[in-house]
Design a protein around this ligand. Structure first.
Ligand code: ZN
Length: 368
């Protein structure tokens, strides 16, 4: 065991792919020999991206034109996330694996930081797209999804997310580590294999920056933490609570933007995954798997497309921003999707077709 944040009996093996990218295996139980070499003739890594600050809004935008060439919805027999078997070589040279993490071949962000570049009398601020993008494979089973994982495997994924958060947060220039999963072709997923991604950003993301401003203002007004107050209010009110464990509560937020949107928070506030204690970690798989399975039961259409987004406090905001997971679907009925159109995309003003109270009730009804 080499990762300082890993709890026994998880082991981690760091290897390299043919073009030098890191590939890390996470295994439950004793360490598994992970020395199969990547024999593919890979091109050198793509050139880097750049980040630019929108002078009108203060939002950072990543410009990554090189990603146009990335793999787009390959057939299952060409899946780059399946193990390498029967003479077919994938991104993962092993014949089998439990959880595997590797640097994205077409990253939006990569490399070390550099001083920002300014132009036009300080109006334009930009720089290299420093940071790192990783792919997290949840299982070697191409046809599974996260909701199918055992609690033990979900715990191993949590351990991998935690380990990556610790390591990526320590990289020079990284301000925020974002672990997430897009599930379903409706969301725009280009690879069907169950996987998530991690972005290590060189800036604080726009949504996090807005949340930080609200939390700072709440502290100034009340002397209290905003996340603590919101969680306590939702738990006391109860109407929007979806499920509650001993250490975690999931609720539909008062002003949810998406038809079905759930926020999952640990009762003891922590800034990021690395600060969860063992009791919180132990309970997480059962709570999260239950939420995902309820999402899949909502519409009678099988797997519901969703985005699952871990919010973690960036550097400098660890005292106020709380770790939480935001899980939402763009599906509003069995045959209707919520698209971001003129109101949302043009103005960032959401119109939600389902009341948060109805969404919470539905998500309680589909419990088993
Ligand atoms: Zn696959």
């Amino acid at each position: 065991m080499s990762g300082t944040t890993l709890t026994q009996p998880t082991s981690r093996t760091v290897t390299a792919l043919a073009d030098g990218r890191q590939l890390i295996y996470y295994d439950r139980g004793p360490a598994v020999p992970r020395n199969t070499r990547d024999e593919r003739p890979l091109d050198p890594r793509a050139p880097g991206s750049e980040v630019r600050l929108d002078p009108a809004t203060g939002d950072w935008v990543t410009v990554a034109a090189h990603r146009q060439a990335r793999t787009y919805r390959p057939p299952a027999e060409e899946c780059p996330l399946c193990p390498s078997r029967d003479g077919r070589l994938s991104e993962i040279p092993a014949e089998d694996y439990q959880v595997a993490v590797f640097e994205n071949r077409f990253p939006s962000l990569a490399g070390p930081p550099a001083a920002p570049v300014h132009g036009a009398d300080g109006l334009w601020t930009g720089g290299p797209g420093a940071g790192r993008c990783e792919v997290v494979c949840f299982t070697a089973d191409h046809d599974a999804s996260f909701a199918d994982l055992t609690p033990e495997r979900a715990r191993l994924v949590l351990d991998a997310w935690t380990d990556r958060t610790a390591e990526l947060s320590a990289l020079p220039g990284v301000r925020q580590v974002y672990c997430f999963e897009n599930r379903g072709a409706e969301i725009g997923v280009t690879l069907a294999h169950p996987h998530g991604q991690i972005y290590a950003f060189p800036f604080t993301t726009p949504r996090t920056a807005r949340m930080a401003a609200r939390a700072t203002a709440h502290r100034a007004d009340t002397g209290r933490n905003l996340s603590d107050d919101l969680l306590a209010a939702e738990r006391a009110h109860g109407e929007r609570v979806v499920l509650s464990g001993e250490h975690w509560t999931a609720f539909v937020p008062y002003a949810a933007r998406w038809p079905y949107e759930v926020h999952l928070l640990p009762h003891r506030r922590v800034p990021d995954l690395t600060a969860l204690d063992e009791r919180q970690r132990a309970e997480f798989p059962s709570v999260y798997l239950e939420l995902l399975r309820r999402f899949d039961r909502l519409f009678g259409t099988g797997r519901t497309p969703y985005i699952s987004a871990w919010h973690q406090a960036p550097a400098g905001l660890r005292d106020e921003l709380a770790l939480h997971l935001e899980l939402f679907t763009i599906r509003r009925t069995a045959d209707k999707l919520k698209y971001l159109a003129g109101v949302e995309s043009g103005m960032d003003a959401f119109v939600n077709d389902v009341t948060p109270e109805d969404a919470a009730r539905r998500l309680r009804e589909v419990a088993q």
